[in-house]
Ligand binder design. Structure first.
Ligand SMILES: [Ca+2]
Length: 479
C-alpha cells in the first residue's frame, strides 16, 4: 500500500490554509488550527524494553499497548538521552542532551532532590513552549522532576495546566535514608494533596489518567499537547486494588495499570473524534529498575548499555502512521521537539544548539526513510559513557560492540576493528569539544526550599532542602 508522502500532505494543508485565508480569514484560523495535529506523550518511569507485550513480554498482559502497536508503529531503536529520571526528562523537554542544558545530574545527587536549587533553566525552550507558540493548549499530568522551585515548575515552562508530583514518588517519608517531607501532589503551582501511605501511592496512575483524559475532552477542538509522565512503575510500587489480583507481582500489576491508562487515553481520543488528527507516543524515561525487564538487552536503569537507554516505544496516529509498522532506525526522545515543531508549523529554536532531529519521515514510514542521526551518545552517572554510529557502539572504556550482530553487547570486538574504534573515538572527542563550547547554564534558585515542611518541624527549618540535611544512613542506591 502506498501512503501519501508527508510533503504531499503538508502541501495539501498549506493549500487549504492559503485558499481559505484568502476567502474567510476567521474560518481559516479555525481550519488552520484543526490541521495542526494533537500530540500526546506518555512517558513511563523505569519501565524496561521487555515489559510490554509488543516488545515480547510473556508475563504482563498489555492488550491496549498491543492494540496500539497493531494500529501504529513499533520503534525498536528509540533511545532516551540518559538512563535516569532528571537528565532524561531534560532531554525530552528541550530536544538537547542533558549536559547541553546543565542537567547531566543534580547539584548533590544523580537526580534532583526536594528543595534542590537547580532546575531546568527558565530560558530553555520546551516542547510545550514550542507548541504553545502556535496555539496549542498544553497540559502536564504526572512526574516533572526538572526542579521544584517556583521558577522551574511546568507552568513556567509552557504548560497551561499541571497536575502531578514534582519529583520521584520515593522522595517521601517512606524512604528512610533521607529526611524527606511528605510527597506533594500539585495543581499548577499549589500543593493540593500529600501522598502519605502506600494506598495513596496506588492512586497515582489513575489520578494522572483522569486528569489527562479530562483535559483531552476539554480541548478536543484542539490543537493540544498532553504530556503524561507517569509515576508508575517507579518504586515504591502499589497498583489500584483491581489490578492487584492474586498471584500477580506488584510490578505486573503496575505495568497492567499503565496499559489500562493508555487504553483510557486512546479511548478518549477516539470518542472525541480526533484520532486521525492525534499523534500518541508511548515510551519510558530510562531502563528497568528492579523487578522489571530489559528483555534481550544488557544493562538496566542507570546503565550505559542498551538496557539503560533503549526504550519500548510505540507511535500511533490512525490513517497517518501505517498500522502494524516497525521502525528500527535510530531515533531519540530529543527528536520529539523538532518533529512536533515540523508537524505543527512551529519554529525550532534557532539561537541555540538543538541535538534532536526531525523524524517525521520515519514516523510516517516514508519509503527508504533513514535515521537523521549518524551518532548517538550514551550517559552513565552524569558522564559521557558511549557513542553509537550505525551498528557500532564504542564505550569510553574501549569496549566495541556491533549492535546488528550482537544486540546483547556480549562480544567486545575492539581488537578486531581498530579502524572503527578510531572513528568512534573521534566522535566522542568531538562531542566533548562541542559540549565545552556550546553548553548552557542550569537554572539556579536563590533560597531554595522544599514545597512542604517536614512534619513536626516548625518554621523555616522544616523547609530545608533534603540534601542539606544529614542522611539517616548512608545512601547506597539511586532513587
Ligand atoms: Ca526513571
Amino acid at each position: 500500500m502506498n501512503y501519501p508522502t508527508f510533503a504531499t500532505r503538508l502541501s495539501f494543508a498549506v493549500f487549504l490554509a492559503l485558499t481559505t485565508i484568502a476567502a474567510r480569514p476567521s474560518f481559516a484560523e479555525t481550519l488552520s488550527a484543526k490541521s495542526k495535529p494533537n500530540f500526546v506523550v506518555i512517558f513511563i518511569d523505569d519501565m524496561g524494553y521487555g515489559d510490554i507485550e509488543p516488545f515480547g513480554s510473556k508475563l504482563n498482559k498489555t492488550p491496549n499497548l498491543a492494540r496500539m502497536a497493531d494500529e501504529g508503529m513499533k520503534l525498536t531503536s528509540f533511545y532516551v538521552a540518559s538512563p535516569v529520571c532528571t537528565p532524561s526528562r531534560a532531554a525530552l523537554m528541550t530536544g538537547c542532551y542533558p549536559q547541553r542544558v546543565g542537567l547531566a545530574k543534580g547539584p548533590g545527587h544523580i537526580v534532583l532532590f526536594p528543595g534542590d536549587a537547580h532546575g531546568l533553566h527558565p530560558d530553555e525552550i520546551t516542547i510545550a513552549e514550542t507548541l504553545k507558540s502556535v496555539g496549542y493548549a498544553t497540559g502536564c499530568f504526572g512526574k516533572w522532576h526538572l526542579g521544584d522551585q517556583p521558577q522551574f515548575l511546568p507552568t513556567e515552562q509552557g504548560f497551561d495546566v499541571y497536575y502531578g508530583i514534582p519529583y520521584s514518588n520515593d522522595m517521601w517519608r517512606g524512604l528512610k535514608r533521607w529526611q524527606f517531607p511528605d510527597l506533594p501532589i500539585m495543581s499548577g503551582t499549589k500543593v493540593v494533596d500529600l501522598v502519605k501511605d502506600m494506598d495513596a501511592q496506588a492512586t497515582l496512575c489513575r489520578r494522572f489518567t483522569e486528569q489527562a483524559t479530562a483535559f483531552i475532552r476539554q480541548h478536543k477542538d484542539g490543537p493540544f499537547f498532553v504530556y503524561v509522565p507517569h509515576a508508575f512503575v517507579h518504586g515504591p510500587r502499589r497498583a489500584s486494588p483491581r489490578f492487584m489480583a492474586d498471584g500477580k507481582s506488584v510490578e505486573q500489576a503496575q505495568v497492567e495499570e499503565v496499559d489500562w491508562s493508555v487504553g483510557e487515553i486512546l479511548k478518549t481520543i477516539r470518542e472525541a473524534g480526533v484520532a486521525e488528527n492525534t499523534l500518541v507516543l508511548f515510551t519510558s524515561d530510562n531502563g528497568p529498575a528492579g523487578g522489571l525487564s530489559a528483555g534481550p538487552l544488557r544493562g538496566r536503569k542507570g546503565s550505559g548499555y542498551e538496557g539503560g537507554h533503549r526504550e519500548p516505544t510505540l507511535a500511533w496516529w490512525p490513517g497517518v502512521i501505517p498500522a502494524g509498522s516497525v521502525c528500527d532506525e535510530l531515533a531519540t526522545a530529543m527528536d520529539l521537539l523538532p518533529t512536533f515543531a515540523k508537524l505543527s508549523g512551529a519554529a525550532v529554536p534557532g539561537d541555540r544548539v538543538i541535538d534532536g532531529k526531525d523524524i517525521a519521515a520515519l514516523l510516517l514510514a516514508e519509503p527508504n526513510a533513514k535515521s537523521p542521526h549518524d551518532r548517538f551518545f550514551y550517559q552513565q552517572g552524569g558522564m559521557l559513557r558511549a557513542v553509537r554510529s550505525g551498528p557500532w557502539k564504542l564505550f569510553v572504556s574501549g569496549e566495541l560492540y556491533n549492535l546488528d550482530a550482537d544486540l546483547a553487547e556480549k562480544t567486545n570486538v575492539a581488537a578486531d576493528r581498530p579502524d572503527v574504534v578510531a572513528t568512534l573515538r573521534k566522535l566522542l572527542d568531538d562531542f566533548k569539544t562541542d559540549l565545552a563550547a556550546n553548553s548552557r547554564k542550569v537554572g539556579v534558585a536563590k533560597n531554595a526550599r522544599t514545597l512542604v515542611p517536614r512534619p513536626g518541624v516548625d518554621g523555616e527549618e522544616g523547609y530545608r532542602p533534603t540534601l542539606s540535611l544529614p542522611p539517616v544512613k548512608k545512601a547506597t542506591k539511586t532513587p
